[in-house]
Design a protein around this ligand. Sequence first.
Ligand code: SF4
Length: 449
Amino acid sequence: MACHSRPTTIVLSVEKKFYIETFGCQMNAHDSEKVVGTLLAKGYSQVDTPEEAGYVFYNTCSIRDKAEQKVFNRLQSFKRTGKGKIFAVLGCVAQQEGEKIFDRAPHVSLVAGSASYTKLPEMLIQLEAGNKRVTGLSLEATEAFDTPFTRRDNPHRAYLTIIEGCDKSCSYCVVPFTRGPERSRTSASVIDEATKLADSGYTEVQLLGQNVNSYRDPSPAGWDFATLLDRVGAVPGIRRVRFTTSHPRDFVKPIIDAIDANANLCNHVHLPVQSGSSRILEGMRRLYTREQYMERISWMRGARRPIAITTDIIVGFPGETERDFEDTLELLDEVQYDSLFAFKYSARPNTGALKLEDHISEEEKTRRLAVLNERQRAIQIRRNSELIGAVEEVHVEGRHHSLGQWIGRTSQNRTLNFSGHEAEAMIGTYLPVRVTRAGPHSLVGESVL
Ligand code: SF4
């Protein structure tokens, strides 16, 4: 952590109110929950708009150029009107752009990447003391950001970080540069947090990490991911355990065996494939072939409960031919994913793929994305309609007031909105619901209570 201190008087005019906006993935969302908890514990209070705040935090994402631009646009909009406020850029853009952010947006006072969040309390003290430029950009973190002060947004479903950073070097990805090397939490601290969550009423936890499969307990217990998953699922009071994200190379059969053995482990696996062409996978440095990926799919298809499989795909990676793209479309037909997130390749700073020729036009990437999404849409319509008539257990997450329906989620991570049962305090409970209708992205049903 570096402090570019220009001695000033303590800024008493800035009220201890903060606003935080989060961009990007679940890891970022959960980091923000920890940042919020840390700030609240230090006597700050959270407000809903930047206008009300003395401190404005942006927890940023740099996975695509668009997400990065959004943050600079936000900052730009306060260039004139933000006087008296303290602006902080956290997360991946902070790590990637570093002190350059002070040049682009001179009204920013704190730039800190996620690997430095353990130092957040010290950085806050420096801001409090009136330092105008504080940075936390070291990637040499040895610990995960494990704080007792997490302030969770959802009262029933909790994120729980088990591993941070990434030691892979996929050629399109900024994460190893923005989140630092892998650091696993001890199994004891994970189980302790899961137990505390259960004691305070949470019934669903989602284990988080850039690559949860490479979890290695740093304590003498030495648990691997499958063991950790199984033990979290055995914590009394926990009814559902999810995990994201998995890397196919490190996805091993014991994970499926654990899901088979413990009904509390949700029957859903998100296994990003990125491309159906082994040639492109090699260019992406994904460390597996299509055949090795399909072996993992066959383990899932052989499980006792039907496991929903979802994925991420990048279209238009440098050098992707029409044949490679066809391979990806054929992979969709073969796997029959329950859902997927598809993106156009976007060149990112520092990444290996920058050296490859990006000869695919934006127009062609857009076409491929549309073709792929259309193919997947048809698959989802078919797969979802196969569930009509089935009874699924849902975790009730909220209420669609305009539709007069409850919002539920199945173990397979499908949204199943339903009606037919009205009771107080439904949210957070588990109910059996019969599926009556199916669309490409969600199901509709009736409670069978
Ligand atoms: S596994 Fe690859 S895509 Fe995932 S975070 Fe690491 S480098 Fe990025």
